[in-house]
Design a protein around this ligand. Structure first.
Ligand code: SF4
Length: 602
């Protein structure tokens, strides 16, 4: 077993590599023992509390044995819709322990986890970093038998997905499910053409072209990319950085997974072009831990690009056009999709969002001006620079130029990724995906909007229906309250806990929601839950808290009849605590009348 000292040395004692060090310790020991925490802290000059704080922040790190085989089974709503409960039961029965526990011999640990980016092929799990998709009870029992026989986890993968997922370096069960190849991302691209054109345009020209194309950030916020690069470029300082946000954690989104698998060159060349524009020589691809299986493949593409001189020194023969990229892995935390939290994590700390301002373009990675862009944004930028702004603007609609890659899952015949031009209606998308009887569509994931059929004519665009790319379809038989509950539990689990409205408010909101769907609410409770939701949105510090009440607020707005049906109109106040019901078991044991009132008067 490699010593902690050796692991730290391999990472050049660099505190920004703390997550990588912890990952290595955990991989060799099955968890991070106390002695290792102390050693890491001692060698890096940190406190033990600092190191422990990082370990406890991320889903995939553990201070206690997580299992020689650590099974992280996705608990997203789509996984549940596809039989996750039966798979979880099969795991627990075959392994002999419950979720949240490790078997007595330490061999198997069962853990729930949030969306792992496989919504199109659920139920899915990550076992020791390897992704297993389309699980069934029988497949689960085979997996556990293989674990008991000591089989390496990579040998348990019996079938491989399509496209690059079959290549030696990926070798994953994951299917790409590219249902529609659109005219931007999947437009033919000659490797090196974007950096070549950039070298002719010069940095200011690159920024002007991106501005002219009206490229807006594809992660969901829609900030103008050219403006962000311009702000970053104008910041004085010896060093600037480009960070690619490959931490798509919004439940239901998996389109960056497909881009990184099939067209990573576009992303890396987009980063090089961004680097040239803002004056950065270093780029970081922050890859979510759930996609760790792609790392070897991505490293290999980086190697090819270096050999082709698309990365490295004097790119395109231009002296001073130097740029290279390294990959940093996350460790499982939805909030790290928020750019300032991502930067904290990339620097080796807990992924707590920073106060803004200052913005990352002013004070970003290692306090240097940094542009943080989404995977899809950078891939699109490479195509824009290689072609031109007019070509790009000829697609989509005026305020939303170009295309959007959507991840469609749930109750539809053809789940997968669709590259569509902005301006497409939800109904047109549903037709493409073979979803003809949807009762609701969640656009933009839990933080987005739950639409009723009355709104299916709305258009995917920055002005009408903005989305990072997640589209989940719910058919007529689905219980939307179960959906809302799953989403709210997700936000509660993923809150970093820094601010009270998000940390405590969402738990209170869920309790109020439970009261309503339990049929114990009056009209006043409906008004109250709405005002609590608005208060949490208004007073939370980052995007997570600011959008977390959306599952309740958007269903309340778009499906009022569901809530109305649960509300009592005969009273203005229904107590949350039912005294008679809570005493029933005790009264029965004592042989007394379970009605508190009658008992009291006896
Ligand atoms: Fe953390 Fe939530 Fe506050 Fe964001 S809103 S800083 S996730 S507690």
């Amino acid at each position: 077993m490699e010593s902690v000292k050796s692991i730290v040395g391999r990472h050049r004692k660099d505190p920004t590599e703390l997550l990588a060090m912890i990952r290595d310790v955990q991989a060799s020991r099955g968890h991070v023992p106390r002695e290792a925490v102390a050693e890491l802290a001692g060698v890096l000059g940190l406190s033990e509390a600092d190191v422990e704080g990082v370990i406890t922040f991320y889903h995939f790190f553990s201070l206690t044995p997580a299992g020689t085989y650590a099974v992280y089974l996705n608990d997203s709503i789509t996984a549940r819709m596809n039989g996750r409960t039966a798979v979880a039961r099969a795991f627990a029965e075959a392994a002999g322990c419950r979720f949240g526990e490790t078997t007595a011999d330490g061999l198997i640990g069962l853990h729930d986890t949030s969306c792992i980016g496989m919504n199109d092929q659920e139920p899915a799990a990550v076992i020791n970093g390897v992704v297993f998709t389309r699980l069934t009870g029988a497949a689960t029992r085979d997996l556990v038998a293989a674990m008991k026989a000591g089989t390496p986890v990579t040998e348990m993968v019996k079938s491989y997905g399509d496209g690059a997922n079959q290549s030696e370096l990926v070798r994953a069960m994951v299917v790409n499910n590219v249902a529609k190849r659109g005219p931007v991302l999947f437009h033919p691209f000659t490797s090196g053409s974007a950096v070549q054109t950039a070298s002719v345009l010069k940095p200011e020209g690159v920024i002007a072209r991106i501005k002219d194309a009206n490229l807006l950030g594809r992660g969901g916020a829609g900030f103008p990319t050219g403006l962000k690069w311009d702000f970053c470029r104008r910041q004085k300082g010896p060093k600037h950085y480009v960070v690619c946000n490959a931490d798509e954690g919004e439940p239901g989104t998996f389109k960056d997974r497909v881009i990184l698998t099939e067209i990573p060159r576009l992303v890396f060349e987009g980063m090089a072009v961004a680097g040239y524009a803002v004056g950065a020589e270093e780029g970081i691809l922050y890859l979510r831990a759930e996609y760790a299986y792609l790392k070897a493949h991505l490293e290999s593409v980086l190697g090819e690009l270096r050999r082709e001189k698309v990365l490295g020194k004097s790119i395109a023969g231009v002296k001073g056009f130097d740029f290279d990229i390294k990959i940093k892995l996350g460790a499982g935390a939805y909030v790290c999709g928020e750019e300032s939290a991502l930067l904290e994590s990339a620097e080796g700390r807990r992924g707590s969002p920073r106060n803004r301002p200052p913005f990352p373009v002013q004070t970003g990675y290692l306090d240097k001006p940094t542009t943080v862009n989404n995977v899809e944004t950078l891939a699109t930028a490479a195509q824009i620079v290689a072609h031109d702004a007019t070509w790009f603007r000829s697609m989509g609609i005026p305020a939303s130029a170009g295309t959007k890659l959507l991840s469609v899952s749930g109750d539809c015949a053809r789940p997968g990724v669709y590259e569509v031009e902005f301006g497409l209606s939800v109904r047109e998308l549903l037709d493409m995906a073979g979803a003809h009887d949807a009762q609701a569509v969640q656009v933009g994931g839990p933080s987005g909007n739950c639409l009723s059929p009355k709104e299916f004519e709305r258009k995917i665009s920055f002005t009408d229906l903005p989305t990072g790319g997640s589209v989940i379809v719910f058919g007529p038989g689905r219980d939307l309250f179960e959906v809302v509950r799953n989403f709210m539990e997700f936000f509660i689990e993923e809150s970093c806990g820094w601010c009270t409205p998000c940390r405590a408010g969402n738990a209170i909101l869920l309790r109020k929601f439970a009261k309503i769907i339990g049929g114990k609410a009056s009209r006043r409770d409906l008004e109250e839950i709405e005002s609590w939701g608005k208060m949490i949105k208004a007073s939370s510090r980052c995007g997570l808290g600011q959008t977390s009440p959306n599952p309740i607020l958007t269903t309340l707005k778009n499906f009022p009849e569901l809530y109305e049906a649960r509300v009592r109109n005969d009273t203005d106040f229904v107590p949350e605590f039912d005294l008679a019901a809570s005493m029933a078991a005790g009264c029965e044991a004592a042989g007394r009348n379970p009605s508190f009132k009658e008992t009291h008067h006896e």
